[in-house]
Design a binder for this molecule. Structure first.
Ligand SMILES: NC(=O)c1ccc[n+]([C@@H]2O[C@H](COP(=O)([O-])OP(=O)(O)OC[C@H]3O[C@@H](n4cnc5c(N)ncnc54)[C@H](OP(=O)(O)O)[C@@H]3O)[C@@H](O)[C@H]2O)c1
Length: 278
């Protein structure tokens, strides 16, 4: 199988669509790094994959802490197997009326759903770009709300839905920005809405009745990770299996530039593309 020897990291693969994608990729011959914040559930996923003849290991990190994101990237590097694909899938949903903060003091959904993936990707980029070909897939959503750059941490007018939708659009701006930066290299960076109201913990917690399955959303993620025809296609947003336009802020270069600058600032890294006067 052509995928033999390839390695993928899937964040948030202890549950939901991430766990489904982990099991499917392992069955196709990928070495899978299962990630989550709960060791017992992570080990259970690894054991199930092993029982089915697949290869997987578990790395623990709470993405609500940038220090743990850094430890996760260090652990992936230490494994020494290389990295062919990164799926930024971990996320928290819309439920909860109270504004919450991450360990670093950032609005929690912005921190977990977007900023953790931003930092993890930047830290693992040298591993990915050193491969002959690589993929980054950001699991976003059709639920998108424009980022208000005067109040990104949502100190006013907070709702769980607004926080979730802002974080999901931030992932799309990041995807388009990174794809542009990496244009011409053998790495595809894409994002998607996997499926609407899949039957997962996140959806059940929000009180919504599921209308699609993890198999449907999983197929859309797998297409972007594994489909050979997608090797040269980058900087795209998909809804399920179809390419679609995202919220218009995703096409606003100034908004992308502002989010990029803010994100490097929040994670305390210098932007490799910024000139000395920036
Ligand atoms: N479900 C849908 O209909 C739908 C629609 C559009 C987009 N999406 C997106 O699809 C992705 C997966 O969602 P899902 O529906 O499969 O949700 P899920 O079943 O609730 O799974 C979420 C995963 O993320 C992990 N996670 C959450 N917070 C974390 C943290 N602080 N640190 C580390 N891991 C954390 C969870 O770990 P635990 O097991 O420890 O909680 C779990 O493994 C999300 O990005 C979501 O926004 C879902």
């Amino acid at each position: 199988m052509t995928t033999k020897g390839k390695t993928v990291l899937i964040t948030g693969s202890t549950d939901g669509v991430g766990r489904y994608v982990a099991e499917r990729l392992a069955a196709q011959g990928w070495g899978v790094i299962v990630h989550g914040r709960d060791r017992a559930r992570g080990e259970a996923v690894v054991e199930r994959i092993a029982q089915q003849g697949g290869k997987a290991r578990f790395l623990v990190a709470d993405l609500a802490s940038l220090a743990e994101v850094r430890s996760l990237a260090d652990a992936v590097r230490r494994e020494g197997d290389g990295l062919d694909a990164l799926v930024n899938n971990a996320g928290i949903g819309t439920s909860g009326a109270r504004r919450e903060l991450s360990a670093d003091g950032f609005e929690l959904r912005f921190a977990v759903n977007y900023l953790a993936g931003f930092l993890l990707t930047r830290l693992l980029l040298p591993m990915l770009t050193s491969q002959k070909s690589a993929r980054i897939v950001n699991v976003s959503s059709a639920g998108q709300q424009a980022i208000d750059f005067s109040d990104v941490m949502l100190t006013r007018g907070y709702s769980g839905v607004r926080a979730y939708c802002q974080s999901k659009l931030a992932q799309i701006l990041f995807t388009f920005d990174l794809a542009k930066e990496l244009a011409g290299q053998n790495i595809a960076v894409n994002c998607l809405h996997p499926a609407t109201y899949m039957d997962t913990t996140m959806v059940r917690l929000s009180g919504v009745r599921p209308i699609s399955t993890v198999e449907q959303g999983g197929a859309a993620i797998l297409q972007l990770v594994d489909e050979p025809a997608f090797a040269g296609r980058s900087g795209l947003y998909f809804s399920g299996m179809q390419e679609l336009r995202a919220d218009r802020q995703a096409y606003d270069e100034d908004a992308r530039r502002r989010l990029r600058a803010l994100s490097f600032d929040l994670v305390g890294h210098a932007d490799p593309l910024a000139g000395p006067s920036d």
